[in-house]
Design a protein around this ligand. Structure first.
Ligand SMILES: NC(=O)C1=CN([C@@H]2O[C@H](COP(=O)(O)OP(=O)(O)OC[C@H]3O[C@@H](n4cnc5c(N)ncnc54)[C@H](OP(=O)(O)O)[C@@H]3O)[C@@H](O)[C@H]2O)C=CC1
Ligand SMILES: N[C@@H](CC=O)C(=O)O
Length: 330
């Protein structure tokens, strides 16, 4: 089977994805640099729609761009499948999300986004599996940010908070602007995605979020400026950590989807050291599904939830799922 596969966004997860698929990176970088500049996206897609050599066309959006995500509806309408780790479409305005889902249900064009929550971890597919087999979701609770997991797992002893944030950025765990992680927005987007998948009709603004970005740094004009100024808050953070330490507790940043009360929540909490959320390492995510079937003991998915390699794995898995839906021999 022939699939015309195009990837928008060059660095991070997309670079890893292209190397995973064995595609010539240099050739693709040239093609994409030329064709996938924001202003050229329409002509890029026009070219795709007109390409009759390949009957199956898929666009993989590996950017974090809202404007790229705003094109999905038209692409799907043109019969172009869309695969993405970009959270912007599914956590954007509810009416647009519902429009996308309705279109998808009514057509044979596929829209896959497993890596939007938990990168390569099977979160969306686990949730879908529970719902499709008649289970009822009661609560989804967990540590949804690889960046914030890494930060609080490593913010120990005499280390400065800002140094650990810089390490998370260097490791490729953060969003292009780390304030999207530290403000809790990235976690809130994941909470909204899971809430909507579970049937709740919530907007991002319905989720109360505890931001970790100091007010004075929210207005920094660039991510670089923010990173430069962050050390001035190291002492505040050291105090919060030692307060928790004195109570034999750790700091953890958690998200909650409460389907019973139809709400979501994102906050910084303290947990006793023997709590499962306190036992994580690296960029681990942990997501606990409490359902009618898994009521006493929640179903738990745990593992690294950020980084180019695992994100590319999640996206690649969606590409293979699409190929199998389209009838490719396994
Ligand atoms: N990193 C991770 O662990 C995970 C990331 N994701 C999601 O994956 C996506 C990519 O993340 P990541 O790889 O870390 O980010 P990066 O910043 O490493 O890569 C984003 C790439 O997209 C390019 N880009 C941005 N806007 C456009 C545009 N309009 N047209 C074409 N290219 C564009 C950027 O180009 P330039 O540099 O020139 O601006 C950059 O090369 C995000 O949506 C993120 O939320 C999901 C799960 C985990
Ligand atoms: N920045 C995000 C990347 C994955 O969505 C995170 O840290 O979890």
């Amino acid at each position: 089977m022939n699939i015309d596969l195009r990837v928008i966004g060059i660095t991070g997860s997309s670079t890893m994805l292209l190397s995973d698929t064995g595609i010539d990176l240099t050739q693709w970088k040239q093609l994409l640099k030329k064709e996938a500049e924001p202003a050229d996206i329409d002509s890029f897609v026009h070219h795709l729609s007109d390409n009759h050599v390949f009957p199956n066309k898929v666009l993989v959006d590996c950017t974090a761009d809202t404007s790229v995500a705003s094109h999905y509806y038209n692409w799907l309408k043109k019969g172009i499948h869309v695969i993405t780790p970009n959270k912007k479409a599914n956590s954007g305005p509810l009416d647009q999300y519902l429009k996308l889902r309705t279109l998808q249900r009514a057509s044979y064009t596929h829209y896959f986004y497993e890596a939007t929550v938990g990168a390569g971890l099977p979160i969306i597919s686990t949730l879908r599996g529970l719902l499709e087999t008649g289970d009822k979701i009661l609560r989804i609770e967990g540590i949804f940010s690889g960046t914030l997991s890494y930060i609080f797992n490593n913010f120990e002893g005499t280390r400065a908070f800002s140094d650990v944030v810089a390490e998370a950025k260097e490791a490729g765990y953060t969003e292009p602007d780390p304030r999207d992680d530290l403000s809790g927005t990235d976690v809130a987007r994941k909470v909204i995605i899971l809430a909507r998948e579970s049937g709740l009709r919530l907007e991002l603004s319905d989720i109360p979020v505890k931001s970790l970005v100091p007010e004075t740094l929210a207005a920094c004009s660039s991510a670089d400026e923010f990173m430069q100024k962050l050390p001035s808050f190291d002492e505040d953070w050291a105090r919060q950590r030692s307060d928790a330490d004195a109570a034999d507790e750790v700091l953890r940043y958690v998200g909650v989807v409460d389907t019973v009360n139809k709400r979501g929540q994102v906050e910084l909490r303290r947990y006793k050291r023997d709590h499962p959320f306190a036992q994580l390492s690296g960029s681990d995510n942990i997501i606990a599904f409490t359902t009618s079937r898994y009521k006493e003991q929640p179903l738990i998915v745990r593992g690294p939830g950020a980084g180019a390699e695992v994100t590319a794995g999640g996206v690649f898995c969606d590409i293979l799922r699409l190929a199998s839906y389209l009838g490719a021999p396994s």
